[in-house]
Design a protein around this ligand. Structure first.
Ligand SMILES: [Zn+2]
Length: 190
């Protein structure tokens, strides 16, 4: 899933959490949380690849620390510890959880319905996925990425499940435009 998929579908799925926690929610932090796992993990992957070579033992893929529940739990601790910044840390946590969830739903849909468009041998290895999400409790190893350079990543953007999720995400943002506008005003604290 790319940008609009994570923002729009993530918003649609997270609306109950947003509506039940209006005093602790600032939407801009939620939207940052929706993209943060990829911002962190893709940058660390390409920097590691550039300076330390590929595959690196600790960071062999584009879904590593930012795509773990322990990363979102870190924001839960911050949210519980800091009343003053609860409206920042709580939406960041919800955004990150929605990102991880959507990545794996997207993979499952891609492998089930669009396997012929994926690189040969692409599968969803459930134990590897769980090991990554629950790192380090099920083991220290992260999965290696199927896409090892930026060219691969751009080619990947043409896969059907990705542009379908981008269209759905864009539609979800459009449908929720009023909700975003209203809640931006309500949650605005700074
Ligand atoms: Zn991701």
């Amino acid at each position: 899933m790319l940008i609009f998929g994570h923002l729009g579908i993530g918003l649609q799925l997270s609306k109950p959490f947003i509506q039940n926690n209006k005093n602790n929610f600032d939407l801009k932090w939620f939207f940052l949380g929706c993209l943060l796992p990829d911002i962190i993990d893709k940058s660390t992957f390409y920097l590691t690849k550039l300076y330390l070579g590929y595959p690196h033992a600790l960071l062999p893929g584009t879904r590593t620390l930012g795509h773990t529940f322990i990363f979102s739990f870190f924001f839960f601790i911050l949210y519980k510890k800091s009343k003053k910044f609860a409206h920042v840390f709580f939406p960041l946590m919800i955004g990150i959880i929605s990102h991880i969830f959507l990545d794996h739903i997207g993979d499952t849909i891609a492998v089930t319905f669009f396997s012929s468009s994926l690189p040969a041998g692409t599968t969803v290895n459930t134990s590897e996925v769980l090991q990554g999400v629950f790192w380090p409790f099920l083991g220290f190893h992260f999965a290696e990425t199927a896409y090892t350079d930026l060219g691969d990543h751009f080619k990947r953007a043409s896969l059907p499940h990705l542009w379908i999720s981008e269209i759905l995400g864009f539609l979800a943002l459009t449908i929720n435009f009023k909700f975003i506008k209203q809640n931006r005003r309500i949650f605005k604290k700074d």
